[in-house]
Design a protein around this ligand. Structure first.
Ligand SMILES: NC(=O)c1ccc[n+]([C@@H]2O[C@H](COP(=O)([O-])OP(=O)(O)OC[C@H]3O[C@@H](n4cnc5c(N)ncnc54)[C@H](O)[C@@H]3O)[C@@H](O)[C@H]2O)c1
Length: 275
């Protein structure tokens, strides 16, 4: 067990699977106590069990980040269980693609809800604790930095056909990041985004042509990529392949450590060299 994040308390939404799970494992392996969230109880419990088995500390807060009561519960789980809150990673999400003429209002609203409104509510719910803690630390002469990492996408930075809803939400979170970096600088909170390119998870690995679907709160959502499109996309990545969830977690980790204390309001593209 390493100790770079010893004593820190982290919230990681959507950490039952994929990139979020790897972020949680990485933060815990560096000593952070982590609140695991997922829509689905079983994968959330698995992430907690894996962290504990590796000698770390974690607890679960199961539920949908889009539930209007969720943000307060998430923050309270950290503060009540571990008496602190130092790192917030807004990662939970999925894609629900269509060309614009086939996109329903529901599809549009769902992407804004999970990728933009939910992170906004979580940061708002954390604001009271962060303000009070930073004031007390300043009075005590302590130099404590906190970290917010919002998960964006290259779709939100450059756009992507078939993802008007997702691209708009992922661009929106970069605006939220920049505004919060300015608002919370006085509390010593670094707020940054990581915009992933192609990362190999169930959202991108599944064969869209084979009718791959994921269950989101009882609704079957079509995901995946056509295998030929996936191959072409990988050929355009300078590193020659999509990234692993572990590599994706590494980019988030860089924004959680003391070495990045003077970096805030930035959008880091983690895409294997593809702009
Ligand atoms: N995989 C990629 O290529 C890629 C690229 C760019 C951005 N991203 C972003 O990375 C993040 C993680 O995606 P992933 O690829 O690891 O997907 P994933 O499906 O492997 O994992 C996402 C997890 O989030 C959970 N989740 C979904 N909606 C939720 C909700 N409302 N409340 C709580 N949990 C919820 C899911 O149950 C799942 O366990 C997402 O924000 C996604 O948009 C992924």
């Amino acid at each position: 067990m390493n100790t770079k994040l010893e004593g820190k308390v982290a919230l990681v939404s959507g950490s039952g699977r994929g990139i979020g799970r790897e972020i949680a494992l990485k933060l815990a392996s560096e000593g952070a106590r982590v609140v695991i969230n997922d829509l689905d109880a079983e994968p959330a419990a698995q992430t907690v069990a894996d962290i504990v088995a590796a000698g770390g500390t974690a607890t679960a807060c199961v539920g949908s980040v889009t539930d209007s009561k969720f943000a307060d519960q998430f923050v309270a789980t950290a503060v009540d269980t571990y008496k602190g809150l130092d790192i917030i990673v807004n990662n939970a999400g999925y894609t629900w693609d269509s060309v614009v003429q086939k996109m329903s209002d529901e599809q549009w609203e769902a992407m804004l809800a999970v990728h933009l409104t939910a992170p906004f509510r979580i940061l708002r719910a954390a604001s009271g604790f962060i303000r009070d803690a930073s004031r007390q630390e300043a009075e005590a002469g302590q130099d404590v930095f906190r970290k917010v990492v919002n998960i964006s996408s290259t779709s939100g930075v450059y756009g992507n056909a078939g993802q008007a809803n997702y691209a708009a939400a992922k661009a929106g979170i970069n605006g939220l990041t920049k505004a919060m970096a300015k608002e919370w600088g006085r509390y010593k909170v670094n707020v940054n985004s990581v915009a992933f390119g192609l990362i190999k998870t169930r959202l991108t690995e599944a064969d869209a042509d084979a009718g791959a679907k994921i269950d989101i709160a009882g609704q079957q959502i079509r995901v995946g990529v056509n295998p030929q499109i996936l191959k072409n996309a990988e050929a355009m990545i300078p590193l020659g392949r999509g990234g692993t969830p572990q590599e994706a977690a590494g980019a988030v980790y860089m924004f959680c450590i003391p070495e990045s204390n003077y970096v805030s309001g930035q959008v880091l593209v983690c895409g294997g060299g593809r702009p």
